[in-house]
Design a protein. Structure first.
Lengths: 427, 418
């Protein structure tokens, strides 16, 4: 074991704890002695971007399989154990990572850590694999009925232009049907190694007990290296269109080049995107939603490992789609040409700061940013530090970002029925 | 549990104009959340004007008091306020969360939307157009469509009508009809302001009194839900999955057995270890999503069940879903009961950590039951239920026949829905 208590209490009563176990597993905590619950989660630095084409969707399928049993537990045992702990729990997979988490009352933390740690070494039984494959196929079918989701996959794929960040998290019907248990096992063994995992704990806990328990629970884990190849992005600009006559609206996703998660200006990009595309009071809101031209119009900034993007969405009636997308582009273009106002910047900062503070009300709300922060930056960031960073940005910082003209390189993908103003093509 | 973190106090006050103020102190938080519930929903939309409440809810947010739409919005956002809210079946809500220091500045801005909305002519057309856009966008949201169809089939008018309104209803609205509607339904009588977070009661009471004191007007009583006879219905849709929804009556909010029922539903569908998830997804791999949950209107409770599956598996999915609901009448096992109890108690405690969750829960309890319960009271009522009481209840109250609505490319078989 190396490390220890690295950083003194950062704000109020909170304390940051950090240790790297001998097997390479990083364990971190943010102690809030007043919390009535505690949340814990394993953050695995693996996702769709780490998949080769022949195993597209394996990260997400594997996430499901992690709940299907270990050498010590069946799938039913795992579900029952979470219930016996009264846990609020779940898991998610993105392009960047896979996360398994739960929140319990503090006296049950030890059992939660035992359960989560055991799950990190799954049995991956063939019969469970076969049944769960059907569940994954149903999940893919479910998202086929959600054009808002589909259009992001289509647009992301076009924008990233071959870069792994454009990979589909769910994979396709074909890749999932063809996937074998052996391929999944090989992926698991390569990616779920201790050095590629962070265990984060937030809320009320005893650090010595946590580190003692986790060291014992993960004793058999072998230290192996798992990297991630960071490929330089070559994002595409332009338009893509997909026709689906079952739809009655045009759904469009908009991408533009943004900043990587390690870029110091990422908070500037976040404030900028929020000023332009928050769901209330933003420029896109006033130009489109307030006027009743579109039922939804948004823009945000997603900072990822080694690359980032501004990501937006708009939905409109087919006969209005050209007009609406024209307004959308004009709003971004005008911001680039004329800049933003100081008051406008200030409102965006304050809204973001409130959101960050609200999310940290509960240990479960705090957990994800704690774990992701550690995994992406390799260091602790208190909520106060992030709030200060957001509030420290200036409109001039925003103008400096806009002077690089990110919105000149928009990629827009439309998912639309027939009858949109211009003829759509089926790819 | 540390005592300074377990608030077991709810302060309340009724102002002369009828507004009911509720506040739960959470002194450890730097934040404050408020939910304003105004008792106008689709259940009492004027005849032939389905969607009037939704347009009114939007219109009151487009300028109030001395501020036009833009200035009002900028003022709230300049204070860092995060906003939410929706137009529902019984009530319309405005939700805000902010840093507690800003209380005295934020609350008057919230109050003015209810007490002195400008309802300017020029803002009416975009408010209605937005409602029309939202109604049109439902066509691409099959699950939402299913639940709207299910509620319309399950209830006879009133709150069974969708808050999205109808095309004809929205088209029939004019500034004059919606203003008239506001005069009838947008009043402090029956309205609830629920707050939770890091402030002191005296301050909350004073600021709310100043902000909302001038609000005048009457309100209509909530519509009484009326049930249609149970039955089945299919809505044709060109979707990848068949959406399956079931609905049946349950104890009313405030019923002495409502927590017994809640525990029974937890055995059925409270978690991934519960019966529905185990039987429909884990054992058979029929769905990604399946569940059942308790819902309530004023004086009326009901249960909604849901599953989504590809069309060829819809019959089997519905059959297993209904069979599991019926099987629950035979009672729960001791270990299932223990897990459900642990889950309910644990979620009660964790609910107390979020100001937004507490404010909206206080508001809905007040609306649905005409009273609120502290988390401590809820915990004691849940703990008073044991296995014997649960199984006795289930035996004496078998689940009523369900209304079944499906949405997808083809209907389910009669046999599966029976």
């Amino acid at each position: 074991m190396s490390g220890g208590r690295a950083v003194p209490p950062a704000s109020g009563a909170l304390r940051y704890d950090h240790v790297v176990l001998d097997n390479g597993l990083t364990v971190i905590g943010e102690l809030n002695p007043n919390a009535v619950s505690v949340a814990a989660g394993y953050f695995v630095r693996t996702g769709a971007r780490d998949e080769s084409g022949d195993v597209a969707g394996v990260s997400h399928f594997l996430e499901h399989m992690m709940f299907k049993g270990t050498d010590r537990r069946t799938a039913a045992d795992i579900n029952r154990s979470f219930d016996e702990l009264g846990a609020q729990y779940n898991a998610f997979t993105s392009e960047e990572r896979t996360v398994y988490y739960g929140a319990v009352l503090p006296e049950r933390l030890r059992q939660l850590l035992d359960l989560l740690s055991d799950m990190m070494r799954p049995a991956l039984r063939q019969e469970d694999f076969d049944v769960e494959k059907n569940v994954i196929l149903e999940e893919i079918a479910m998202y086929e009925d959600r054009p808002h989701f589909r259009v992001f996959e289509l647009a992301g794929n076009g924008f990233w232009n071959g870069h792994p960040l454009g990979h589909s998290v769910l994979g396709g019907q074909d890749s999932i049907r063809a996937l074998t248990r052996e391929q999944m096992l090989a992926y698991f063994e390569r990616r779920y190694v201790p050095s590629n995992l962070v265990l984060a704990v937030a809320g009320a806990y005893d650090w010595d007990a946590v580190t003692g328990d986790v060291a014992a629970l993960t004793q058999g884990w072998r230290p192996v290296d798992a990297g991630r190849e960071l490929v330089a992005p070559r994002p595409a600009a332009g338009e893509g269109r997909t026709r689906d006559d079952a739809l009655s609206r045009v759904h469009a996703a908009v991408f533009a080049p943004g900043l990587a998660v390690t870029d110091e200006r990422r908070y500037v990009a976040a404030v900028l995107a929020n000023a332009l595309g928050d769901d209330s009071g933003s420029r896109l809101f006033w130009a489109l939603v307030d006027k009743g031209l579109a039922d939804s119009a948004s823009l945000g900034h997603e900072a990822s490992d080694g690359a980032g993007a501004y990501v937006g969405y708009v939905s409109a009636a087919p006969e209005r789609a050209d007009e609406v997308l024209g307004v959308y582009r004009r709003v971004l273009g005008e911001a680039q040409e004329d800049g933003l106002g100081a008051e406008e910047w200030h409102r965006s900062q304050r809204k973001l700061a409130t959101s960050l503070t609200l999310r940290a009300e509960t240990p479960l709300g705090r957990l994800v940013s704690l774990g992701v922060g550690e995994q992406t930056l390799g260091r602790y960031q208190s909520v106060q530090e992030v709030v200060d960073a957001v509030m420290g940005t200036t409109v001039d910082d925003g103008h400096a970002l806009l002077s690089q003209r990110p919105f000149d390189a928009l990629y827009v993908h439309r998912l639309e029925p027939a009858g949109s103003t211009e003829e759509a093509t089926t790819p | 549990m540390s005592s300074e973190r377990s608030s077991d106090t709810i302060h309340e006050h009724r102002f002369d104009n009828g507004l009911w103020l509720l506040f739960e102190p959470m002194p450890w938080l730097p934040t404050l959340s408020a939910t304003l519930l105004m008792p106008f929903g689709s259940g009492t939309d004027p005849t032939g004007m389905g969607g009037s409440g939704t347009v009114l809810h939007d219109w009151i947010q487009r300028g109030a008091g001395g501020l036009d739409s833009r200035a009002h919005s900028d003022a709230l956002e300049g204070l860092g306020v995060r906003r939410g809210g929706s137009a529902g079946r019984e009530a319309a809500s405005l939700g805000v969360s902010f840093l507690a220091d800003e209380l005295a500045s934020v609350l008057p801005l919230v109050a003015s939307m209810a007490s002195e909305p400008r309802l300017e002519e020029a803002e009416f057309a975009p408010a209605r157009e937005l409602a029309q856009e939202e109604l049109a966008s439902l066509a691409d949201a099959p699950t939402q469509r299913l639940f709207n169809a299910l509620m319309e089939r399950f209830l006879d008018g009133g709150p069974g009508r969708s808050p999205y309104g109808t095309r004809e209803g929205l088209a029939a609205l004019t500034p004059a009809t919606v203003r008239e509607d506001a005069g009838r339904r947008l009043g402090p009588r029956g309205a609830i302001l629920a707050m939770a977070g890091g402030a002191e009661w005296q301050q909350v009471l004073e600021v709310a009194g100043r902000a909302f004191g001038s609000w005048q007007g009457d309100a209509m009583p909530l519509a009484e839900p009326a049930l249609r006879p149970p039955g089945t219905q299919h809505v044709r849709a060109d979707s990848a999955q068949t959406q399956i929804g079931v609905a049946f009556p349950a104890p009313a909010p405030g019923d002495p057995e409502v927590y017994t029922y809640d525990l029974a539903l937890h055995v059925l569908s409270g978690s991934m270890g519960a019966r529905l998830f185990t039987e429909v997804r884990e054992k058979r791999g029929l769905v990604y999503s399946v569940g059942a949950s308790y819902r309530a209107l004023h004086g009326f409770g009901y249960t909604l069940g849901y599953a989504g599956t590809t069309p060829d598996r819809a019959d089997e999915t519905l059959r297993v879903l209904l069979a599991e609901i019926r099987r629950l009448t035979e009672g729960a096992e001791a270990d299932e009961f223990e897990r459900a109890l642990t889950g309910v108690l644990s979620s009660v405690v964790m609910q107390g950590e979020s100001s937004g969750a507490r404010a909206s829960r206080l508001a809905s309890d007040a609306l649905l039951q005409g009273r609120t319960r502290t988390l401590g009271e809820i915990r004691r009522e849940v703990e008073a239920v044991d296995l014997e009481r649960l199984n006795g209840y289930l035996q004496e109250h078998p689940f009523p026949e369900a209304t079944v609505v499906t949405l997808g490319p083809k209907p389910v078989s009669q046999e599966a829905a029976a």
